[in-house]
Design a protein around this ligand. Structure first.
Ligand code: PEP
Ligand code: MN
Length: 300
């Protein structure tokens, strides 16, 4: 890694690549995030009904998703919008896991809920609005569940990495960074997708990085393009909002893909995923050649 990046992010050494750690692999059920597999998380913004959740889970699994997303506790910009089903929603997620075999990622919004959310979820999501809620970060870290840390809407990369470092410092190594767009002067899209953040983090950090094209775009028609851009930038996975009938969604319908649109998006990733596999193979080859050269130099 270039020394200047090391200096720039010297405050958070634990998140940076080092001889000790080139890449963190976050274990989830029987697979890993951050390795050779590109992992897609998909599902509705909010858990609404058993039918909505199970139908979506079964569908996204058939299209290649490994993890079901869905909010039971919803952080909403309006106090009058649907706030989620709470514990009933967590139970629906657990039922969907049994029916589909998918792992579950869901948001935890406050310290008091960490224990119950960790009981039901495989990954705890810290939402953009809570990225700098350090008491929540610490409580979530101590649950020992992997943490999906979304970037705050006004957070710099350094702010984001400080929050990741906080989780690591609590003894939880399983942090996944999620770029979900930031607020800028542009208002045509819901947020501005910071693809450079993905490229930079993949270069300097050993933590897996995934992209959320749904919250970045705010419009379903832009989601597939942003997903492909995320793969090209080196992301380890995606989190995408999918709903059986987006027009009737209780939250974030405008940015949710329907089932057929999700299938088309997943198929459109294939050529990008082939390039990704090739790049990973080449990187591994170079690593092995480097090790052999070192060994040869050592014996003179
Ligand atoms: C969500 O994932 O539905 C969500 C609220 O995301 P964010 O915290 O990125 O706004
Ligand atoms: Mn949402």
């Amino acid at each position: 890694m270039c020394t200047s990046w090391n200096e720039r992010f010297a405050e958070t050494p634990g998140v940076l690549k080092s001889d000790r750690c080139e890449q963190t692999l976050v274990p989830v059920l029987d697979f890993e995030i951050g390795g050779s597999e590109f992992v897609t998380m998909a599902g509705p913004c909010s858990v609404e009904t058993e039918f909505q959740l199970i139908a979506t889970a079964i569908h996204v699994r058939s299209a290649g998703a490994r993890i079901l997303r869905g909010g039971a506790f919803k952080p909403r910009s309006s106090p009058y919008a649907f706030q989620g089903h709470g514990i009933e929603g967590l139970k629906m997620l657990a039922h969907a896991r049994n029916e589909s075999g998918l792992a579950i990622v869901t948001e935890v919004m406050c310290e008091d809920d960490v224990r119950v959310v960790a009981e039901y979820a495989d990954i705890l999501q810290i939402g953009a609005r809570n990225m700098e809620n350090f008491a929540l970060l610490e409580a979530a870290a101590r649950s020992a569940r992997p943490i999906l840390l979304k970037r705050g809407m006004m957070a710099t990369i350094a702010d984001w990495l400080r929050s990741a470092q906080t989780i690591l410092d609590c003894g939880n190594p399983n942090v996944i960074l999620c770029e979900r767009g930031i607020r800028t002067f542009e208002t045509a899209t819901r947020n501005t997708f910071d693809v450079a953040a993905i490229a930079l983090l993949k270069q300097i950090s050993h933590l897996p990085v995934i992209a959320d094209p749904s919250h970045a775009a705010g419009h379903a028609d832009l989601v597939p393009s942003l997903a492909r851009i995320a793969v090209a930038a080196g992301a380890d996975g995606l989190i995408v909002e999918v709903h059986p009938n987006p027009a009737k969604a209780w939250s974030d319908g405008d940015q949710s893909l329907n089932h057929a649109e999700f299938d088309t998006m997943m198929a459109s990733l294939d050529p990008y995923l082939s390039l990704r596999r090739r790049a990973l193979r080449e990187k591994e080859l170079l690593r092995r050649v480097g090790l052999e050269l070192e060994a040869m130099e050592a014996v003179g």
